[in-house]
Design a protein around this ligand. Sequence first.
Ligand SMILES: Nc1ncnc2c1ncn2[C@@H]1O[C@H](COP(=O)(O)OP(=O)(O)O)[C@@H](O)[C@H]1O
Ligand SMILES: [Mg+2]
Length: 325
Amino acid sequence: MISLIKTWKKLNEKGIMGINQRNADYILKYNNRRNYPLVDDKILTKQRAIAAGISVPELYGVIRTEHDISEFEKIVKNHDDFVIKPAQGSGGDGIIVIADRYDKDRYKTVSGKLMRHSEIEYQLSNIITGLYSLGGMRDSAIIEYRVKPDPIFKSISYEGVPDIRIIVLLGYPIMAMLRLPTRQSNGKANLHQGAIGVGVDLATGTTLNGSWFNEQIVRHPDTDNMVSNIQLPLWDKFIHLATSCYELVDLGYIGVDLVLDETKGPLILELNARPGLNIQIANDVGLAKRASVVEAHIAKLKQANKTETVEERIAFSIKHFSVLG
Ligand SMILES: Nc1ncnc2c1ncn2[C@@H]1O[C@H](COP(=O)(O)OP(=O)(O)O)[C@@H](O)[C@H]1O
Ligand SMILES: [Mg+2]
């Protein structure tokens, strides 16, 4: 706890954004409530992304009612691996990553646990009754393609799929982080499930230092390999995808989650209208500081009656937020 306070205190001097400030000065100010459903419901996000030609994991099926649960077998008939998740979930809760079939009745999760058919049905039922949704509202269960991580991540992640989180303010990428699953996080890359956050240089896509449960770390606790100084492949594509999400959902402050599939390349996993603040610890720099640079730039553009294209916005961010020179 002491070290946590110390860490945040140190970051305070670096223009760190606190939770109240995030809510009042960014989320309330820049995110139009009317557009929340587009990101809070992963089915709507998927549909919109597909319509815009943006790649996402393929949707195998949706289960909306108790009655639909009997359709599950049919949906996965041609797939040995898949992912089940609540359409309106967050923080990795309620997600099951199935890696293979084990026998007639059982499936194997990515962390090696066996799950009976009846257990999966029980989980589907939990999802639709709203156990994992915002506010406990009724929800739907998504069954989708299981992303196979690019081999580059083998040495620095433990099972599951690492994801890349990019914060985009008014269309400008301001901070990025690679999240690595650990033994603890059950194949998921969410920090509160126990994944590691690693800062990423916006200009080059090179990893910086890591953080795990608010502590700074340099090696992956399960594989013991260094997490820094790794060049993420196709970084231009990642930045471009994330930046264009501003136009996609018309929300001014978002966290874009992307993954790198070994055959399908960069995909958008989901968008968040209330992205967490730990990305600042992973990058050892404050969001507020970077946000103010973008806000000042936009104020100037406004005066001149100008707006910028995706490419111009990326160029601005690379110029101002690069830490590796
Ligand atoms: N289709 C998928 N294939 C493999 N892993 C996935 C898939 N979907 C989600 N995951 C894992 O679960 C994590 C959380 O998924 P996400 O869709 O971002 O939901 P949440 O809103 O709960 O964060 C991801 O970071 C990833 O590690
Ligand atoms: Mg997520």
